[in-house]
Design a protein around this ligand. Structure first.
Ligand SMILES: Cc1ncc(COP(=O)(O)O)c(C=O)c1O
Length: 421
């Protein structure tokens, strides 16, 4: 292999496992001519079956398939009655969808710092809670979690709901309990970058019947449905506004096939992830991300914290030049500062407080005047800013072999030695 030939496979974990099972399931839907989940010629009930698997995996009362993780966030916030006058606490390491869902609800995002787990810092959460806080949107970033149990404890002590975003950590757990089973509600995404995929798609899980019923109505047309899949409009408590985010049976069939492979996918990634962390640990000054429960890590990412920004800015280009990259479509082995809309201050709609339309809401809403001095530019979260400036990120696809991992480790060690680390 030429020294600078890309060494890494593309980073779309579930895609490598698309096979006969997915083809068979999707074909079943097509042959039955029944791609709509609520009625059809010969409904195959894949959405219902997928939801049952999620309920069982998570030990949850309710699960609801939807058409994306972004939609799942919006629907969950609507179910929890979030709107103008409310703030939602969200960490500075996030995805644009998280801020978008809060703003679209008419509410205000309140940034919370992260710690070396790269998830919400419980101590900063305590500091940031105000009388306007309604929901803590806790995001399990980059495949693993921080102290979710502590965050739930703090939130509940203040009477706040917790919405877990498990989009990036499907299949991961914390001290023996699956992520997605801690908060009052949880969301998942099945987009291509995720641990299991149906191209698009998502899931909402919860235990409270009222939250579930509201989510069902909002994800659809604002009303519940009867056994025949027809809308029921006469319940005064369930006359809401829907957003047309139903899961199709085609998506459900694919996701149903993929979820059965999820533990195999995360198992493969975790094994390589541990190999990488162990192998890189010998580099002086390099600290891996703090993973509180390595056995619960989905393994999809390795985050490397370098002693300073300068070292990070030298090591990443050097290792990339030596082949630690993917092909042209991939994003891997990057400095975190280049990790796009995952960093709060790269979300310019947020930094500039762009409104939903020219009237400027939610920022201009008198109910949200309490947030007039909230800021979102770089400098707002000192711990996040420091970590972003000196951390690099490796994605760990499930087809990364131990041989590739060893080669990656050797290149990092060699480049670090040449930089005098
Ligand atoms: C943390 C997080 N939340 C939400 C989403 C949104 O999911 P989707 O792309 O399915 O809308 C994503 C991924 O895209 C994500 O990474």
């Amino acid at each position: 292999m030429a020294p600078n030939e890309p060494l890494l496979p593309y980073e779309w974990p579930g895609s490598y496992f698309i096979g006969e099972e997915e083809i068979e399931a999707v074909n079943q839907v097509l042959l039955a001519r029944s791609p709509f989940r609520f009625y059809g010629h010969d409904l195959q009930h894949f959405a219902t079956r997928l939801e049952a698997i999620f309920r069982e995996r998570l030990g949850r009362q309710y699960a609801l398939g939807v058409n994306s993780g972004t939609a799942a966030l919006s629907i969950s916030l609507a179910a929890m009655d979030v709107g103008p006058g409310d703030e939602v606490l969200v960490p500075g390491y996030l995805w644009v969808s998280c801020a978008a869902a809060i703003v679209r609800a008419g509410a205000i995002p309140r940034l919370v710092d992260i710690d070396e787990t790269f998830c919400m810092d419980p101590a900063d959460l305590e500091r940031k809670i105000t009388s306007r806080s309604k929901v803590v949107l806790y995001i399990h970033m980059s495949g693993a979690t921080g102290d979710i149990a502590e965050v739930v404890k703090i939130a509940h002590a203040h009477g706040l709901h917790v919405l877990e975003d498990v989009a990036q950590a499907n299949g991961a757990s914390f001290r023996g309990r699956r992520l997605g089973s801690f908060g009052d509600m949880a969301i998942f995404s099945f987009q291509l970058n995720k641990n299991m995929t149906s191209g698009e798609g998502g899931m909402i899980a919860c235990d409270d019947k009222m939250l579930y019923d509201r989510a069902v109505a909002v994800h659809d047309l604002g009303y519940p449905r009867n056994e025949q899949g027809r809308l029921v409009t006469d319940d005064p408590d369930m006359q809401l506004w829907g957003q047309g985010s139903r899961m199709s049976e085609l998506t459900a069939a694919m996701a149903w096939s993929q979820v059965q492979k999820l533990d195999t996918i995360t198992g493969s990634m975790r094994k390589i992830n541990h190999l990488l962390y162990r192998g890189l640990a010998g580099i002086a000054g390099l600290r891996p991300r703090r993973v509180l429960d390595p056995d619960g890590d989905s393994g999809a990412f390795a985050l490397l914290i370098w002693p300073d920004a300068e070292t990070c800015q030298q090591i990443v280009p050097a290792t990339r030049a030596a082949g630690v990259t993917t092909g042209p479509q991939g994003i891997n082995n990057v400095m975190m500062r280049d990790w796009g809309l995952h960093l709060y201050y790269n979300n310019l709609s947020l930094v500039h407080k762009r409104g939903l339309n020219s009237a400027g809401r939610p920022w201009s809403d008198p109910d949200n005047a309490f947030a007039s001095d909230y800021t979102y530019h770089k400098g707002t979260l000192p711990q996040a800013d420091d970590l972003f400036s000196r951390t690099s990120l490796l994605e760990v696809p499930p087809v990364m072999t131990p041989e590739i991992a060893e080669r990656v480790i050797a290149i990092f060690r060699d480049c670090a030695a040449r930089l005098g680390l």
